[in-house]
Design a protein around this ligand. Structure first.
Ligand code: NAD
Length: 444
Protein backbone atom coordinates (compact mmCIF):
# COMPACT_ATOMS: atom_id res chain seq x y z
CA UNK A 1 0.00 0.00 0.00
CA UNK A 2 1.46 3.34 -0.93
CA UNK A 3 -0.05 5.32 1.95
CA UNK A 4 2.29 6.87 4.45
CA UNK A 5 0.86 8.13 7.72
CA UNK A 6 2.14 9.49 11.01
CA UNK A 7 0.53 8.82 14.34
CA UNK A 8 1.14 11.26 17.16
CA UNK A 9 0.83 9.69 20.62
CA UNK A 10 1.60 5.98 20.97
CA UNK A 11 -0.67 4.97 23.85
CA UNK A 12 -3.49 2.43 23.70
CA UNK A 13 -5.18 4.11 20.75
CA UNK A 14 -2.20 5.44 18.79
CA UNK A 15 -0.08 2.31 19.08
CA UNK A 16 -2.96 -0.02 18.24
CA UNK A 17 -3.80 2.05 15.17
CA UNK A 18 -0.13 2.16 14.17
CA UNK A 19 0.31 -1.61 14.53
CA UNK A 20 -2.85 -2.40 12.56
CA UNK A 21 -2.09 0.06 9.74
CA UNK A 22 1.50 -1.22 9.48
CA UNK A 23 0.39 -4.86 9.54
CA UNK A 24 -1.59 -4.22 6.35
CA UNK A 25 1.28 -2.55 4.51
CA UNK A 26 0.77 1.15 5.30
CA UNK A 27 4.05 2.94 6.05
CA UNK A 28 3.60 4.29 9.56
CA UNK A 29 5.69 6.75 11.52
CA UNK A 30 4.81 6.81 15.21
CA UNK A 31 5.76 9.83 17.31
CA UNK A 32 5.69 10.14 21.08
CA UNK A 33 7.30 12.62 23.47
CA UNK A 34 8.04 9.81 25.94
CA UNK A 35 11.64 8.82 25.11
CA UNK A 36 11.56 5.69 27.27
CA UNK A 37 8.43 4.53 25.46
CA UNK A 38 10.18 4.99 22.11
CA UNK A 39 13.15 2.94 23.33
CA UNK A 40 10.82 0.15 24.48
CA UNK A 41 8.80 0.20 21.26
CA UNK A 42 11.97 -0.05 19.20
CA UNK A 43 12.77 -3.20 21.18
CA UNK A 44 9.29 -4.53 20.35
CA UNK A 45 7.89 -3.94 23.84
CA UNK A 46 4.32 -2.58 23.71
CA UNK A 47 4.37 -1.46 27.39
CA UNK A 48 0.75 -2.61 27.89
CA UNK A 49 -1.08 -5.90 27.53
CA UNK A 50 -3.50 -6.19 24.66
CA UNK A 51 -4.30 -9.45 22.84
CA UNK A 52 -1.94 -9.97 19.85
CA UNK A 53 -0.45 -6.48 20.13
CA UNK A 54 3.03 -7.55 21.24
CA UNK A 55 3.45 -10.14 18.50
CA UNK A 56 2.20 -7.80 15.77
CA UNK A 57 4.35 -4.95 17.07
CA UNK A 58 7.51 -7.02 16.89
CA UNK A 59 6.70 -8.00 13.32
CA UNK A 60 6.07 -4.48 12.01
CA UNK A 61 9.07 -3.01 13.82
CA UNK A 62 11.25 -5.76 12.33
CA UNK A 63 9.96 -5.38 8.77
CA UNK A 64 10.23 -1.58 9.01
CA UNK A 65 6.56 -0.84 8.27
CA UNK A 66 6.36 0.92 11.65
CA UNK A 67 9.09 3.36 12.59
CA UNK A 68 8.90 5.16 15.92
CA UNK A 69 10.59 8.33 17.05
CA UNK A 70 10.38 11.27 19.44
CA UNK A 71 11.29 13.65 16.65
CA UNK A 72 8.43 15.37 14.80
CA UNK A 73 10.61 15.93 11.69
CA UNK A 74 9.65 12.43 10.57
CA UNK A 75 6.07 13.70 10.05
CA UNK A 76 7.29 15.62 6.97
CA UNK A 77 7.47 12.52 4.82
CA UNK A 78 3.93 11.39 5.59
CA UNK A 79 0.70 12.42 3.81
CA UNK A 80 -1.43 12.61 6.95
CA UNK A 81 -1.07 12.71 10.76
CA UNK A 82 -3.41 11.10 13.28
CA UNK A 83 -3.53 12.92 16.62
CA UNK A 84 -3.96 10.23 19.27
CA UNK A 85 -2.56 11.97 22.34
CA UNK A 86 -4.27 11.83 25.72
CA UNK A 87 -7.01 14.35 26.56
CA UNK A 88 -7.19 14.06 30.36
CA UNK A 89 -9.36 15.95 32.83
CA UNK A 90 -8.48 19.23 34.47
CA UNK A 91 -9.04 19.50 38.23
CA UNK A 92 -12.65 20.62 37.70
CA UNK A 93 -13.33 17.70 35.34
CA UNK A 94 -13.32 19.65 32.07
CA UNK A 95 -11.14 18.42 29.20
CA UNK A 96 -7.52 19.48 29.36
CA UNK A 97 -6.40 20.37 25.83
CA UNK A 98 -2.72 20.95 26.69
CA UNK A 99 -1.40 17.75 25.06
CA UNK A 100 -3.52 18.02 21.94
CA UNK A 101 -2.52 21.66 21.63
CA UNK A 102 1.19 20.89 22.03
CA UNK A 103 0.98 18.16 19.38
CA UNK A 104 -0.99 20.46 17.06
CA UNK A 105 1.70 23.13 17.34
CA UNK A 106 4.41 20.62 16.46
CA UNK A 107 2.51 19.45 13.39
CA UNK A 108 1.83 23.05 12.38
CA UNK A 109 5.57 23.73 12.21
CA UNK A 110 5.94 20.84 9.76
CA UNK A 111 2.95 21.89 7.64
CA UNK A 112 4.36 25.41 7.45
CA UNK A 113 7.50 24.12 5.73
CA UNK A 114 5.81 21.42 3.67
CA UNK A 115 4.87 22.10 0.06
CA UNK A 116 2.45 19.19 -0.35
CA UNK A 117 -1.01 19.05 1.18
CA UNK A 118 -1.12 17.51 4.67
CA UNK A 119 -4.18 16.09 6.42
CA UNK A 120 -4.52 16.26 10.22
CA UNK A 121 -6.89 13.70 11.72
CA UNK A 122 -8.17 14.26 15.26
CA UNK A 123 -8.53 10.77 16.72
CA UNK A 124 -8.25 11.84 20.36
CA UNK A 125 -11.56 12.43 22.14
CA UNK A 126 -12.11 16.19 22.14
CA UNK A 127 -15.04 18.18 23.48
CA UNK A 128 -17.32 19.79 20.82
CA UNK A 129 -15.91 23.00 19.30
CA UNK A 130 -12.27 22.07 20.08
CA UNK A 131 -11.43 21.49 16.41
CA UNK A 132 -13.18 24.61 15.09
CA UNK A 133 -12.16 26.94 17.91
CA UNK A 134 -8.74 25.66 18.98
CA UNK A 135 -7.09 23.15 16.63
CA UNK A 136 -7.81 24.81 13.26
CA UNK A 137 -7.06 28.39 14.44
CA UNK A 138 -3.77 27.16 15.95
CA UNK A 139 -2.79 25.40 12.73
CA UNK A 140 -3.75 28.41 10.57
CA UNK A 141 -1.92 30.87 12.82
CA UNK A 142 1.37 28.99 12.87
CA UNK A 143 1.36 27.81 9.24
CA UNK A 144 -0.10 31.01 7.80
CA UNK A 145 -2.05 28.66 5.55
CA UNK A 146 -5.78 28.06 5.07
CA UNK A 147 -7.58 24.97 6.39
CA UNK A 148 -9.62 23.21 3.71
CA UNK A 149 -7.34 24.60 1.01
CA UNK A 150 -3.64 24.33 1.89
CA UNK A 151 -4.08 21.61 4.49
CA UNK A 152 -7.00 19.64 5.85
CA UNK A 153 -8.49 18.58 9.18
CA UNK A 154 -10.89 15.68 9.83
CA UNK A 155 -12.33 14.64 13.20
CA UNK A 156 -12.31 10.84 13.38
CA UNK A 157 -13.07 9.67 16.94
CA UNK A 158 -12.02 6.24 18.13
CA UNK A 159 -14.47 3.66 19.52
CA UNK A 160 -12.17 0.68 20.24
CA UNK A 161 -12.62 -1.27 23.45
CA UNK A 162 -9.50 -1.93 25.51
CA UNK A 163 -9.10 -5.68 25.78
CA UNK A 164 -10.27 -6.00 22.16
CA UNK A 165 -8.31 -3.10 20.73
CA UNK A 166 -6.66 -4.91 17.80
CA UNK A 167 -9.85 -6.74 16.84
CA UNK A 168 -11.93 -3.57 17.03
CA UNK A 169 -9.44 -1.61 14.95
CA UNK A 170 -9.52 -4.28 12.27
CA UNK A 171 -13.31 -4.77 12.51
CA UNK A 172 -14.93 -1.56 13.76
CA UNK A 173 -18.74 -1.26 14.07
CA UNK A 174 -18.54 2.14 12.47
CA UNK A 175 -16.33 4.96 11.31
CA UNK A 176 -17.26 8.54 12.10
CA UNK A 177 -15.56 11.31 10.18
CA UNK A 178 -16.30 15.00 10.36
CA UNK A 179 -15.00 17.87 8.28
CA UNK A 180 -16.24 20.94 6.47
CA UNK A 181 -14.23 19.88 3.42
CA UNK A 182 -15.57 17.09 1.17
CA UNK A 183 -12.10 16.74 -0.36
CA UNK A 184 -10.52 16.05 3.05
CA UNK A 185 -13.22 13.53 3.93
CA UNK A 186 -12.58 11.78 0.61
CA UNK A 187 -8.86 11.61 1.34
CA UNK A 188 -9.37 9.88 4.69
CA UNK A 189 -12.08 7.64 3.22
CA UNK A 190 -9.64 6.54 0.51
CA UNK A 191 -7.17 5.44 3.20
CA UNK A 192 -9.88 3.45 4.99
CA UNK A 193 -11.15 1.85 1.76
CA UNK A 194 -7.61 0.69 0.97
CA UNK A 195 -7.16 -0.50 4.55
CA UNK A 196 -10.49 -2.30 5.02
CA UNK A 197 -11.23 -3.22 1.37
CA UNK A 198 -14.92 -3.12 2.34
CA UNK A 199 -15.52 0.15 4.15
CA UNK A 200 -17.30 -0.34 7.54
CA UNK A 201 -20.53 1.65 8.07
CA UNK A 202 -19.43 5.26 7.91
CA UNK A 203 -21.06 8.46 9.12
CA UNK A 204 -19.79 11.59 7.38
CA UNK A 205 -20.61 14.84 9.10
CA UNK A 206 -19.09 18.13 10.24
CA UNK A 207 -16.41 18.70 12.91
CA UNK A 208 -18.69 19.36 15.87
CA UNK A 209 -21.14 16.50 15.28
CA UNK A 210 -18.20 14.09 15.01
CA UNK A 211 -16.82 15.38 18.31
CA UNK A 212 -20.23 15.19 20.01
CA UNK A 213 -20.95 11.65 18.75
CA UNK A 214 -18.03 10.29 20.78
CA UNK A 215 -19.27 11.85 24.05
CA UNK A 216 -22.86 10.78 23.42
CA UNK A 217 -21.71 7.24 22.63
CA UNK A 218 -19.75 6.93 25.88
CA UNK A 219 -22.35 8.75 27.99
CA UNK A 220 -25.13 6.49 26.73
CA UNK A 221 -23.17 3.32 27.51
CA UNK A 222 -22.23 4.62 30.97
CA UNK A 223 -25.85 5.58 31.61
CA UNK A 224 -26.98 2.04 30.74
CA UNK A 225 -24.53 0.68 33.32
CA UNK A 226 -25.58 3.12 36.03
CA UNK A 227 -29.26 2.59 35.26
CA UNK A 228 -28.87 -1.12 35.84
CA UNK A 229 -26.89 -0.53 39.03
CA UNK A 230 -29.76 1.68 40.17
CA UNK A 231 -32.15 -1.20 39.40
CA UNK A 232 -29.83 -3.56 41.31
CA UNK A 233 -30.23 -1.43 44.43
CA UNK A 234 -34.00 -1.80 44.14
CA UNK A 235 -33.77 -5.57 43.53
CA UNK A 236 -31.72 -5.91 46.70
CA UNK A 237 -34.58 -4.36 48.69
CA UNK A 238 -37.42 -6.57 47.48
CA UNK A 239 -38.19 -10.07 48.72
CA UNK A 240 -36.41 -12.59 46.45
CA UNK A 241 -35.25 -9.81 44.12
CA UNK A 242 -32.62 -10.55 41.49
CA UNK A 243 -31.49 -7.95 38.94
CA UNK A 244 -30.45 -10.70 36.48
CA UNK A 245 -34.06 -11.84 36.16
CA UNK A 246 -35.15 -8.27 35.55
CA UNK A 247 -32.47 -7.91 32.88
CA UNK A 248 -33.46 -11.15 31.19
CA UNK A 249 -37.07 -10.06 30.99
CA UNK A 250 -36.56 -6.51 29.78
CA UNK A 251 -34.07 -7.52 27.10
CA UNK A 252 -36.65 -9.84 25.50
CA UNK A 253 -38.12 -6.56 24.32
CA UNK A 254 -36.44 -6.02 20.94
CA UNK A 255 -35.99 -2.34 21.73
CA UNK A 256 -33.67 -3.09 24.68
CA UNK A 257 -30.21 -4.50 23.89
CA UNK A 258 -28.66 -6.58 26.71
CA UNK A 259 -25.21 -5.09 26.17
CA UNK A 260 -23.94 -2.82 28.96
CA UNK A 261 -26.88 -3.80 31.16
CA UNK A 262 -24.88 -5.89 33.63
CA UNK A 263 -25.28 -4.80 37.21
CA UNK A 264 -21.95 -4.80 39.03
CA UNK A 265 -19.41 -2.59 40.70
CA UNK A 266 -19.62 0.10 38.03
CA UNK A 267 -17.40 1.29 35.22
CA UNK A 268 -13.80 2.51 35.42
CA UNK A 269 -11.00 2.95 32.93
CA UNK A 270 -9.39 5.86 31.17
CA UNK A 271 -12.44 6.87 29.12
CA UNK A 272 -15.91 6.75 30.69
CA UNK A 273 -15.06 8.57 33.96
CA UNK A 274 -13.11 11.37 32.29
CA UNK A 275 -15.41 11.71 29.28
CA UNK A 276 -18.54 11.92 31.42
CA UNK A 277 -16.94 14.55 33.65
CA UNK A 278 -15.85 16.56 30.61
CA UNK A 279 -19.32 16.22 29.06
CA UNK A 280 -20.90 17.36 32.32
CA UNK A 281 -18.66 20.43 32.42
CA UNK A 282 -19.44 21.15 28.77
CA UNK A 283 -23.21 21.03 29.49
CA UNK A 284 -22.79 23.41 32.44
CA UNK A 285 -20.78 25.82 30.30
CA UNK A 286 -23.45 25.74 27.60
CA UNK A 287 -26.25 26.32 30.13
CA UNK A 288 -27.73 22.83 29.75
CA UNK A 289 -28.94 20.98 32.86
CA UNK A 290 -26.39 18.14 33.27
CA UNK A 291 -28.56 16.20 35.78
CA UNK A 292 -28.81 13.01 33.72
CA UNK A 293 -25.03 12.79 33.37
CA UNK A 294 -24.51 13.74 37.03
CA UNK A 295 -26.79 10.95 38.23
CA UNK A 296 -24.91 8.45 36.07
CA UNK A 297 -21.63 9.62 37.61
CA UNK A 298 -23.01 9.64 41.17
CA UNK A 299 -24.43 6.12 40.95
CA UNK A 300 -21.14 4.91 39.52
CA UNK A 301 -19.01 6.60 42.17
CA UNK A 302 -21.03 5.14 45.03
CA UNK A 303 -21.46 1.65 43.57
CA UNK A 304 -18.06 0.16 44.59
CA UNK A 305 -18.57 1.43 48.14
CA UNK A 306 -21.74 -0.64 48.59
CA UNK A 307 -19.42 -3.65 48.90
CA UNK A 308 -17.36 -2.03 51.63
CA UNK A 309 -20.54 -1.05 53.52
CA UNK A 310 -21.68 -4.67 53.40
CA UNK A 311 -18.36 -5.94 54.77
CA UNK A 312 -18.40 -3.35 57.53
CA UNK A 313 -21.92 -4.33 58.52
CA UNK A 314 -20.99 -7.99 58.48
CA UNK A 315 -17.73 -7.78 60.45
CA UNK A 316 -18.40 -4.63 62.53
CA UNK A 317 -14.63 -3.99 62.75
CA UNK A 318 -12.31 -4.51 59.78
CA UNK A 319 -9.12 -4.18 61.82
CA UNK A 320 -7.03 -7.31 61.23
CA UNK A 321 -9.50 -8.85 58.75
CA UNK A 322 -7.91 -10.36 55.66
CA UNK A 323 -9.72 -9.51 52.45
CA UNK A 324 -8.85 -11.01 49.08
CA UNK A 325 -9.54 -9.16 45.84
CA UNK A 326 -9.84 -11.13 42.61
CA UNK A 327 -9.39 -8.86 39.61
CA UNK A 328 -7.62 -5.51 39.56
CA UNK A 329 -7.72 -4.31 35.95
CA UNK A 330 -10.62 -2.00 35.12
CA UNK A 331 -11.96 -4.74 32.85
CA UNK A 332 -10.88 -8.23 31.73
CA UNK A 333 -8.27 -8.80 29.01
CA UNK A 334 -6.30 -5.68 29.83
CA UNK A 335 -3.65 -4.68 32.37
CA UNK A 336 -4.99 -1.12 32.53
CA UNK A 337 -5.80 0.03 36.07
CA UNK A 338 -6.60 3.67 35.27
CA UNK A 339 -9.66 4.60 37.39
CA UNK A 340 -10.18 0.93 38.19
CA UNK A 341 -12.97 0.14 40.66
CA UNK A 342 -10.50 -2.11 42.50
CA UNK A 343 -8.50 0.95 43.57
CA UNK A 344 -11.55 2.62 45.15
CA UNK A 345 -12.45 -0.56 47.05
CA UNK A 346 -8.90 -1.30 48.24
CA UNK A 347 -8.34 2.28 49.45
CA UNK A 348 -11.58 2.21 51.43
CA UNK A 349 -10.80 -1.18 52.98
CA UNK A 350 -7.27 -0.08 53.92
CA UNK A 351 -8.69 3.06 55.51
CA UNK A 352 -10.80 0.78 57.72
CA UNK A 353 -7.81 -1.28 58.82
CA UNK A 354 -8.27 -4.38 56.63
CA UNK A 355 -5.33 -6.33 55.23
CA UNK A 356 -5.50 -6.83 51.46
CA UNK A 357 -4.31 -9.66 49.25
CA UNK A 358 -4.96 -9.13 45.57
CA UNK A 359 -4.53 -10.96 42.28
CA UNK A 360 -5.06 -10.19 38.62
CA UNK A 361 -3.98 -12.31 35.63
CA UNK A 362 -2.41 -9.26 33.88
CA UNK A 363 -2.49 -6.17 36.09
CA UNK A 364 -0.43 -7.39 39.08
CA UNK A 365 2.64 -5.35 38.15
CA UNK A 366 0.71 -2.14 37.59
CA UNK A 367 -1.03 -2.55 40.94
CA UNK A 368 2.26 -3.30 42.67
CA UNK A 369 3.57 0.04 41.39
CA UNK A 370 0.38 1.79 42.51
CA UNK A 371 0.05 0.47 46.09
CA UNK A 372 3.65 -0.57 46.82
CA UNK A 373 3.91 -2.44 50.11
CA UNK A 374 0.45 -1.38 51.33
CA UNK A 375 -1.09 -4.56 49.89
CA UNK A 376 0.11 -8.08 49.09
CA UNK A 377 0.01 -9.07 45.45
CA UNK A 378 -0.47 -12.82 44.91
CA UNK A 379 0.78 -14.84 41.96
CA UNK A 380 -2.32 -17.00 41.69
CA UNK A 381 -5.98 -16.84 42.64
CA UNK A 382 -5.40 -19.78 45.02
CA UNK A 383 -2.69 -18.04 47.05
CA UNK A 384 -4.77 -14.86 47.02
CA UNK A 385 -7.88 -16.47 48.53
CA UNK A 386 -5.94 -18.58 51.04
CA UNK A 387 -6.50 -17.70 54.71
CA UNK A 388 -8.76 -14.70 54.02
CA UNK A 389 -12.03 -13.77 55.75
CA UNK A 390 -13.82 -12.40 52.71
CA UNK A 391 -13.18 -12.50 48.96
CA UNK A 392 -14.47 -9.92 46.50
CA UNK A 393 -14.71 -10.57 42.75
CA UNK A 394 -13.92 -7.20 41.23
CA UNK A 395 -13.02 -7.94 37.58
CA UNK A 396 -14.82 -10.62 35.61
CA UNK A 397 -11.82 -12.55 34.27
CA UNK A 398 -12.80 -15.93 32.75
CA UNK A 399 -10.37 -17.85 34.97
CA UNK A 400 -12.36 -16.86 38.10
CA UNK A 401 -15.55 -18.34 36.68
CA UNK A 402 -14.31 -21.91 37.27
CA UNK A 403 -13.59 -21.51 40.97
CA UNK A 404 -16.10 -23.78 42.67
CA UNK A 405 -17.58 -22.97 46.12
CA UNK A 406 -15.72 -25.96 47.60
CA UNK A 407 -12.41 -24.30 46.72
CA UNK A 408 -13.35 -21.12 48.56
CA UNK A 409 -14.46 -23.21 51.55
CA UNK A 410 -11.21 -25.18 51.55
CA UNK A 411 -8.90 -22.21 51.20
CA UNK A 412 -10.47 -19.38 53.17
CA UNK A 413 -10.33 -18.78 56.90
CA UNK A 414 -13.93 -17.60 56.75
CA UNK A 415 -15.60 -18.46 53.43
CA UNK A 416 -17.51 -15.32 52.57
CA UNK A 417 -17.75 -14.39 48.89
CA UNK A 418 -18.92 -11.13 47.36
CA UNK A 419 -19.61 -11.52 43.67
CA UNK A 420 -19.23 -7.98 42.38
CA UNK A 421 -19.64 -9.02 38.75
CA UNK A 422 -22.30 -11.72 38.91
CA UNK A 423 -19.89 -14.45 37.77
CA UNK A 424 -21.60 -17.27 39.62
CA UNK A 425 -24.98 -18.92 39.87
CA UNK A 426 -26.41 -17.22 42.95
CA UNK A 427 -28.66 -20.16 43.94
CA UNK A 428 -25.89 -22.76 43.65
CA UNK A 429 -23.25 -20.76 45.51
CA UNK A 430 -25.49 -19.49 48.29
CA UNK A 431 -26.41 -23.05 49.22
CA UNK A 432 -22.78 -23.86 49.99
CA UNK A 433 -21.06 -20.67 51.06
CA UNK A 434 -21.88 -17.24 52.47
CA UNK A 435 -22.51 -15.67 49.11
CA UNK A 436 -23.48 -12.08 48.36
CA UNK A 437 -24.00 -10.70 44.89
CA UNK A 438 -24.83 -7.29 43.50
CA UNK A 439 -28.53 -7.06 42.75
CA UNK A 440 -29.63 -10.10 44.78
CA UNK A 441 -32.02 -9.44 47.65
CA UNK A 442 -29.89 -10.99 50.36
CA UNK A 443 -26.96 -8.71 49.42
CA UNK A 444 -27.94 -6.34 52.22
P1 NAD B 1 -2.57 7.15 26.50
O1 NAD B 1 -2.45 7.99 27.70
O2 NAD B 1 -2.50 5.67 26.61
O3 NAD B 1 -1.50 7.60 25.41
C1 NAD B 1 -1.31 8.91 25.00
C2 NAD B 1 0.12 9.02 24.48
O4 NAD B 1 0.28 10.34 23.93
C3 NAD B 1 1.20 8.85 25.54
O5 NAD B 1 2.11 7.87 25.12
C4 NAD B 1 1.84 10.23 25.63
O6 NAD B 1 3.22 10.17 25.93
C5 NAD B 1 1.62 10.77 24.23
N1 NAD B 1 1.69 12.22 24.11
C6 NAD B 1 1.21 13.17 24.96
N2 NAD B 1 1.47 14.40 24.46
C7 NAD B 1 2.13 14.22 23.30
C8 NAD B 1 2.65 15.12 22.33
N3 NAD B 1 2.53 16.43 22.47
N4 NAD B 1 3.26 14.60 21.25
C9 NAD B 1 3.39 13.26 21.10
N5 NAD B 1 2.92 12.37 21.98
C10 NAD B 1 2.28 12.83 23.07
O7 NAD B 1 -3.97 7.57 25.83
P2 NAD B 1 -5.01 6.62 25.07
O8 NAD B 1 -5.72 5.77 26.05
O9 NAD B 1 -4.35 6.00 23.90
O10 NAD B 1 -6.06 7.73 24.57
C11 NAD B 1 -5.74 8.64 23.55
C12 NAD B 1 -7.00 9.38 23.15
O11 NAD B 1 -7.95 8.46 22.61
C13 NAD B 1 -7.71 10.06 24.33
O12 NAD B 1 -8.32 11.25 23.88
C14 NAD B 1 -8.77 9.05 24.73
O13 NAD B 1 -9.88 9.66 25.36
C15 NAD B 1 -9.16 8.49 23.37
N6 NAD B 1 -9.70 7.12 23.40
C16 NAD B 1 -9.12 6.17 24.20
C17 NAD B 1 -9.62 4.88 24.20
C18 NAD B 1 -9.02 3.82 25.09
O14 NAD B 1 -9.63 2.76 25.22
N7 NAD B 1 -7.87 4.02 25.70
C19 NAD B 1 -10.71 4.55 23.38
C20 NAD B 1 -11.25 5.53 22.56
C21 NAD B 1 -10.74 6.82 22.58
Amino acid sequence: MKHSVSIIGLGYVGLTTAICFASRGINVTGIDIDKQKIRNLNKGNAEFYEKNAQKMLQKVIKNGKLKVSDNFDAVKNTEMSFLAVNTPSKKNGSMDSKFILAATKNIAKIIKEKEEHHLVIVKSTVIPNTTLKTIIPTLEKITQKKCGKDFGVVVNPEFLREGNAIYDTLHPNKIVMGSDSKKDLRKLKKLYIDFYKKLPKTVETNYSNAELIKYVNNSFLATKISFMNFVSRISEKIEGGDVEIIKKAITLDKRISPLFLNAGLGYGGSCFPKDLEAFRQFCIKEGINPRLIEDTIEINNSQPLTVVKLIKRRFKKLNGKNISILGLAFKPETDDIRNAVSITIIKELLKNGAKIKAYDPKANNNMKKYFGKKITISDTSTSCIKGTDCCIIVTEWEEFRNIQPERYIRLMRNPMLIDGRRLYNAKKYSKKIEYHAIGVSYFN
